[in-house]
Design a protein around this ligand. Structure first.
Ligand code: PAF
Length: 281
């Protein structure tokens, strides 16, 4: 695996490449990331991964400084899945001047759910992903479904900007007890780690109730109950809601019983660790 730190070295490494597959990450890789790498590798062209902890997508009070940086272990994992090129730029390489051009995300997508509780998050994600796409110029880019809304933002950005990039989704990888794999799971102490699968369970229970709800009122009650149940276990929920898969809008009553159209999404804090998860149903 070639490790490149600059855009010019990346371009040189990929000079004669076609059908490049790309998996952007912030490092601290786990099996979820590696499953995305395998999807990229199976595309047949060279596989490029990036590791870059993107300051633009962290609010000042968030965990940019403490975000786990595990470069050597990440490189070993990337080699084990046959990654061809790792692009690991420093901040001054990717942001040599203040990043004053930004990707504004649409109202109703970039400012709901994660975007409501993390203002500016999707602008930061979309901006760095656009830059990384410009650096790597992949044919295929793979994103995890655990970050459901991020995947939608990236898909729509690629479509609206006519980027010649196919955005593929990788299914969420879970620990045996159901906890979605995430770099932030490493922040949990033993008791929190034991409690953490309750988020996925709460989304499962919400999905069951939503599937039998017939009115917006019944759905809203099920959402409130899901949040209250987690709060009673010591969590601080930001949201547990049911949305349409197609656009993340609240479902119409007629859509409630329709199998395959909805997704339950949740974000909640356990101690100081904020976890997110989702479940399609
Ligand atoms: O999902 C992530 O790890 C990040 O949001 C991404 C897509 C690498 C952009 O920094």
């Amino acid at each position: 695996m070639q490790i490149v730190r600059t855009v010019s070295d990346l371009r040189a490494a990929l000079r004669d490449s076609h059908a490049t597959a790309f998996v952007p990450t912030m490092g601290n890789l786990h099996d979820g990331h590696l499953s995305l790498m395998r999807i990229g590798k199976a595309c047949g062209g060279p596989l490029v991964a990036s590791i870059f902890v993107n300051r633009l997508q962290f609010a000042p009070h968030e965990d940019f400084d403490s975000y786990p940086r595990t470069f050597e272990a990440d490189c070993d994992k990337l080699r084990s899945v046959g990654c061809d090129v790792l692009f690991a730029p420093g901040e001054r390489e990717l942001y040599p001047v203040e990043q004053t051009f930004r990707i504004a995300t649409p109202h109703g997508l970039g400012d709901i759910l994660e975007g409501e509780f993390r203002p500016g998050f999707f602008e930061g994600v979309a901006t760095v992903v656009m830059k990384l796409f410009g650096c790597v110029q992949p044919a295929v880019a793979v994103f995890g479904q655990k970050d459901y809304q991020q995947l939608m933002v990236v898909r729509r950005m690629a479509a609206q900007f006519n980027l010649p990039i196919e955005v593929r989704a990788g299914a969420t990888m879970r620990e045996p007890d159901g906890l979605a794999m995430s770099s932030r799971n490493g922040y949990l102490d033993a008791a929190q780690r034991a409690e953490a699968p309750a988020l996925a369970r709460a989304l499962g229970e919400l999905a069951v109730r939503a599937a039998t709800a017939r009115t917006a009122r019944e759905l809203a009650q099920a959402e409130r109950d899901a949040s209250a149940a987690l709060a009673a276990r010591g969590w601080k929920p930001d949201y547990l809601v049911v949305r349409r898969r197609a656009d993340l809008a609240a479902p119409e009553p007629a859509e409630l019983g329709r199998e395959g159209a909805l997704v339950a999404l949740g974000a909640a804090r356990l101690g100081t660790t904020r976890l997110i998860d989702n479940l399609e149903f």
